[in-house]
Design a binder for this molecule. Structure first.
Ligand code: B16
Ligand code: MG
Length: 214
């Protein structure tokens, strides 16, 4: 039986990847290089500092630790300028209805995100009230594929990992769920999220009934 559902944020609840891409690209451009939307895929689910390392590597730029922190701070400010303009219209299709039906069925809801900005984002899209627990980049010491973020979510909702289902759009996130002994619903393409128990392309048409059949 399923007693809690744990949700990734970017790519599952809302598509913040487009804003991360704009802000990281501005950083790259100011350092006199560029990268593609295809490369940006590799940054999904990865922490801010790990993302910076990858991008600097693509541009062949080396910086001191101090400079890295300064650029990461700049990027986050640019990103937050975009986040501040987000509206509830950006919530991905079917998400609010699915979360409402989880509530009606007494199933706990937690967030498990790498982002340090998750609460602000949930506030902007008016989804903060749906969550019984929020575990994000401010709480964790180990990023996905380590299961820490989801194990903390299970604990915060008082549910055993085996009774949790994780919703993830990133391969590393699905791996984190499985490493934590949880079921995983991939949100995206079945060709990419091969380790997920099932894959959905959208929450539209997904239901608590289908969840309980997993
Ligand atoms: P921040 P998720 C992740 O969110 C994003 O997918 C990833 O691109 C980003 O670098 C990371 O959050 C950290 O975000 O800079 O806001 O702390 O998919 O784990 O919800
Ligand atoms: Mg994600």
């Amino acid at each position: 039986t399923v007693k809690a559902c744990l949700f990734d944020l970017d790519g599952v609840i809302v598509d913040t990847a487009v804003y991360h891409f704009q802000a990281w690209r501005r950083l790259a451009n100011e350092l006199c290089f560029d990268f593609t939307e295809h490369q940006n895929e590799q940054l999904k689910g990865i922490s801010r500092m790990e993302s910076l390392e990858l991008i600097l590597n693509w541009g062949g730029v080396s910086l001191t630790e101090e400079e890295k922190i300064a650029w990461a701070t700049k990027k986050n400010q640019w990103y937050l300028d975009l986040v501040m303009q987000m509206t509830p219209n950006e919530v991905l299709p079917g998400v609010p209805d699915f979360l409402k039906s989880l509530r009606e069925n007494g199933i706990k809801i937690a967030l498990g995100s790498a982002s340090k900005n998750s609460k602000l984002i949930l506030e902007k899209i008016q989804m903060l009230d749906y969550f019984d627990a929020i575990i994000d980049g401010n709480n964790i010491t180990k990023g996905k594929p380590d299961p820490q973020v989801f194990l903390m979510g299970a604990e915060a909702t008082g549910v055993q990992p085996t009774e949790c289902v994780v919703f993830e759009d990133a391969v590393a996130g699905v791996q984190a769920a499985k490493a934590g002994g949880m079921k995983a619903v991939g949100v995206g393409s079945a060709d990419i999220l091969t380790e997920a128990d099932i894959v959905i392309s959208t929450f539209e048409g997904f239901s608590v009934e289908k969840l309980l059949q997993m």
